[in-house]
Write a protein that binds this ligand. Structure first.
Ligand SMILES: Cc1cc2nc3c(=O)[nH]c(=O)nc-3n(C[C@H](O)[C@H](O)[C@H](O)COP(=O)(O)OP(=O)(O)OC[C@H]3O[C@@H](n4cnc5c(N)ncnc54)[C@H](O)[C@@H]3O)c2cc1C
Length: 395
């Protein structure tokens, strides 16, 4: 059993999964979370098989299945007419091929089930209302200052999200950059959603300079809607209540007729400024590692941000459990993760460009997708969904 002491700052998806993955390998950890209670932050999350398999490996299959909807498919449609472009099949065959189903969850439900598992785990100490404000390290230890008290560990994991302040403790870490796009998120009670909307699958509507992603969460009782538009919104915060009239004006033209069925419903929208952290910056310094969005926040067009955080947690736990000096284990974590995360990060950016094409380019895109067909389109993502930890990295 490896007897190292690990401190984790931030109990989001990355931090909680890291604590559970460490415990799975016999390593105890202490989590510090700024929020005094973990509430309904965020909206839907698509949890693809590469991440689902890791969560299942941590004994969370039943809890996940209770919280999640398993979509039959992803439908890509025209945002003007609603006409189908292509359907990517995600049913049982895909679950068998990738070793886990594709799942749709509410972020709060995923965080709650991770939290419950962490709370009932004697190797995990959870501190809420515990804001980490400073980090320091010596040759022998790394220290985290929380509410004015210093806590010393062998290894410190900074999983404090895209707005990470602990990132400053890693020289050469990439800064967070806002990218000229906003994501508008809301949920619609199932009874208020347009009746002809397929409720058991993910629907993606493609428009010039915009797209919309719609899928069920909470056992199908709510429909999660994300509208991404290109706009230079520079609010004081990175998320805020969104004025629905801005969306309505954007989608009132004939070219966006189908989308307007969602923006016309009276709903509470939250507006997020999409923000990236370039994964080519440093993630590790001595005994300190950045993981998840703190290290490499990406645009959500492949639905892989939380998935990459979950993969990080698995690999970090494995490299630490392998023994040896902590600093070397963190270096090998970074070396193992960077190529894959960088490829996913870039591919997510490209997906955004493709989704937002207009005019003849959009027509060409739709014809190509239709011609390729859903199965072959899905196979293009085999490297994401079918990923296995590299030999020697799994615990
Ligand atoms: C519109 C949109 C849609 C998305 N859809 C998907 C999707 O379908 N699938 C997917 O995989 N990903 C998706 N993502 C990305 C996903 O939400 C993030 O990648 C993921 O939540 C990152 O997890 P994290 O744990 O790194 O950070 P976070 O979830 O942000 O957690 C950070 C935690 O740290 C805490 N914290 C912050 N500072 C401190 C401090 N100083 N001390 C202590 N605690 C602190 C915070 O309170 C928080 O609990 C989407 C993102 C957006 C914007």
């Amino acid at each position: 059993m490896t007897q190292i002491r690990v401190g984790i700052a931030g109990a989001g998806i990355a931090g909680l999964t890291t604590a559970l993955a460490l415990s799975d390998r016999g390593i105890a950890s202490t989590l510090f979370e700024r929020a005094s209670e973990l509430s309904e932050v965020g909206a839907g999350l698509q949890i693809s098989p590469n991440a689902g398999r890791i969560l299942e490996g941590l004994g969370l299959t039943t809890a996940l299945d209770r919280a999640a909807v398993r979509p039959e498919a992803i439908d890509m449609r025209s945002g003007r007419t609603g006409e189908p472009i292509v359907t990517l099949p995600l049913g049982d065959a895909a679950a068998r091929a990738y070793g886990a189903p594709y799942r749709l969850v509410h972020r709060a439900d995923l965080q709650a089930l991770l939290l419950e598992a962490a709370r009932s785990d004697p190797r995990i100490t959870l501190n809420l209302g515990a804001e980490a404000t400073g980090v320091s390290q010596s040759a022998d230890a790394a220290s985290l200052t929380v509410n004015g008290t210093e806590h010393s560990f062998d290894c410190l994991v900074a999983s404090d999200g895209v707005r990470s302040t602990l990132r400053d403790a890693v020289p050469g870490a990439s800064p967070a950059r806002r990218g000229g796009r906003t994501a508008w998120r809301t949920t619609i009670p199932i009874g208020a959603a347009p009746r002809d909307l397929p409720h058991e699958r993910t629907t993606v509507l493609l428009n010039r300079a915009a797209h919309v992603v719609i899928y069920p969460v909470r056992g199908g009782r709510l429909i999660n809607v994300i509208v991404v538009i290109e706009e230079d919104w520079d609010g004081p915060d990175w998320s805020a209540p969104g004025d629905a009239d801005i969306l309505r004006r954007r989608f009132d033209a004939d070219s966006t007729r189908y989308v307007s069925r969602f923006t016309d419903i009276e709903l509470n929208w939250t507006r997020w400024c999409l923000t990236e952290v370039d994964p080519r910056g440093n993630w590790v310094h001595g005994r300190i590692a950045l993981i998840g969005d703190a290290a490499h926040a990406m645009v959500p067009f492949l639905a892989q941000g939380a998935a990459m955080a979950i993969e990080d947690a698995d690999i970090l736990a494995s490299t630490l459990a392998a023994g040896g000096p902590v600093a070397e284990a963190l270096q090998s974590f970074e070396a193992l993760r960077r190529p894959r995360v960088t490829r996913v990060w870039r591919t997510a950016r490209q997906a955004g460009q493709i989704y937002h094409l207009g005019g003849p380019m959009a027509v060409a895109r739709d014809l190509t997708m239709t011609g390729l067909g859903g199965q072959r389109l899905l196979e293009r993502y085999d490297w994401i969904y079918g990923w296995q930890p590299e030999h020697g990295a799994s615990g």
